[in-house]
Design a protein around this ligand. Structure first.
Ligand SMILES: NC(=O)C1=CN([C@@H]2O[C@H](COP(=O)(O)OP(=O)(O)OC[C@H]3O[C@@H](n4cnc5c(N)ncnc54)[C@H](O)[C@@H]3O)[C@@H](O)[C@H]2O)C=CC1
Ligand SMILES: NCC(=O)COP(=O)(O)O
Length: 344
């Protein structure tokens, strides 16, 4: 039996706590693997009471979660109260959010949990509390750096059965994108995507489609130099390394059904270029997956939804999809690493 998934509660004033409660209630109908929430159990009790959700919350260790899961929502207490009211974020929540994340990462890295699933956090709240990372993605990579070594490059993928996309640059101002898109970045991103699609998603020879940066992929240099000077050499290098890569392709015609049938992952040059089509096609089924880490991490594709937090309108589908995908990927990951461990 695989260990449970570790699930953070995210921003206390957002919909994170309530979609965790709703996912637990859907556990049998959705066929969910056991998970252990990591956070403040009182926050979950308060939110359940406010929403009239009948969810017994039990504080326990993550090792006890599996056997308790059928009858109660197991919570590994993080020891820091989270008091913000729904819809009213304030930076006093930052210590609880970060402690929950840190403990959940520890549980996964220690093998007590099989994968990490994170509920949405509010970047602006953490930035005000001096959180030095753009988001979970970069924070998690930093946690994986061995002493004295560079962090692994984390790659963000938004996955659904309809479309998988990767933004090569993530949470950076648009004005900085042309400077940040380099051959090295694209080649490393392509290699990580190809490896994780093979080892974790089970696609033997993944097909990668690179979008151009400029309109019409630069129109042979007339509408911008980056596509010929950066994207094309990166694609050529990946092809030389045996990876099925194509591009630069015009982004505006990359997402209709016939185009989507020609690739497994579309790699875009910036966040909104690929997250807009991904969330438009599959907002409630989309899952945010971090590739390039030594463990599996998934998350719903949406954010904290402060406008509906505490109203009972939150839809837990994306979190449910994230929990299912985490179990699928961590099972594949364990199988791919079994020969490594046997030889060790
Ligand atoms: N993985 C993470 O931690 C993520 C965090 N965020 C953070 O969330 C905060 C708010 O971001 P926004 O751009 O407003 O996006 P958002 O996804 O929170 O909300 C956009 C719209 O979608 C609706 N919505 C979102 N999730 C929903 C759900 N499960 N059920 C029903 N309706 C839902 C909201 O009510 C809102 O109208 C920001 O601080 C952002 O940084 C955003 C995306 C991912
Ligand atoms: N737009 C995706 C997003 O904001 C999630 O970021 P992260 O917290 O998973 O790095």
């Amino acid at each position: 039996m695989a260990p449970p998934l570790a699930l953070t509660l995210g921003e206390p004033a957002g919909i994170g706590p309530e979609i965790v409660l709703l996912a637990w209630r859907a556990r049998a109908a959705a066929g969910l693997p056991a998970f252990c929430a990591v956070g403040d159990p009182d926050l979950l009790c308060r939110r359940a009471a406010a929403l009239g959700l009948d969810v017994p919350v039990v504080a326990c260790t993550a090792s006890e979660a599996e056997e308790l899961f059928e009858h109660a929502l197991p919570v590994h207490p993080n020891g820091v109260a989270a008091t913000a009211a729904p819809g009213h974020p304030d930076e006093s929540s930052a210590p609880s959010v970060l402690q929950s994340l840190e403990q959940a990462v520890h549980l996964v890295r220690a093998g007590i949990a099989s994968a990490l699933v994170t509920a949405p956090l509010a970047k602006s709240v953490l930035y005000r509390a001096d959180f030095p990372f753009p988001g979970h993605t970069e924070y998690l990579a930093a946690q994986c750096a061995a002493p004295g070594t560079l962090a692994p490059r984390p790659v963000m993928m938004i996955w659904s059965p309809l479309l998988a996309v990767v933004p090569a640059t993530i949470h950076v101002p648009l004005a900085e994108v042309p400077r940040l898109v380099t051959v090295e970045l694209l080649v490393e991103t392509g290699r990580i995507v190809a490896r994780d699609m093979r080892d974790r998603f089970g696609i033997a020879k993944p097909r990668l489609a690179f979008a151009g940066l400029n309109p019409h992929a630069g129109e042979k240099g007339a509408l911008g130099a980056e596509d010929e000077a950066v994207v094309r050499p990166a694609v050529d290098a990946l092809r030389d390394a045996g990876i099925d890569a194509r591009g630069p392709l015009p982004a505006d015609t990359l997402f209709h059904p016939e185009a989507r049938a020609t690739y497994d992952v579309a790699i875009g040059m910036y966040h909104d270029q690929v997250l807009i089509p991904a969330k438009t096609l599959a907002f409630h089924d989309g899952v945010n997956v971090t590739l390039g880490l030594p463990f599996v991490r998934t998350s719903p594709d949406h954010g904290t939804a402060f406008d509906i937090a505490g109203t009972g309108k939150a839809d837990p589908s994306s979190l449910i999809a994230a929990l299912k995908l985490a179990r699928r990927l961590s099972t594949a990951d364990a199988a791919a690493r079994a020969p490594e461990r046997a030889g060790a």
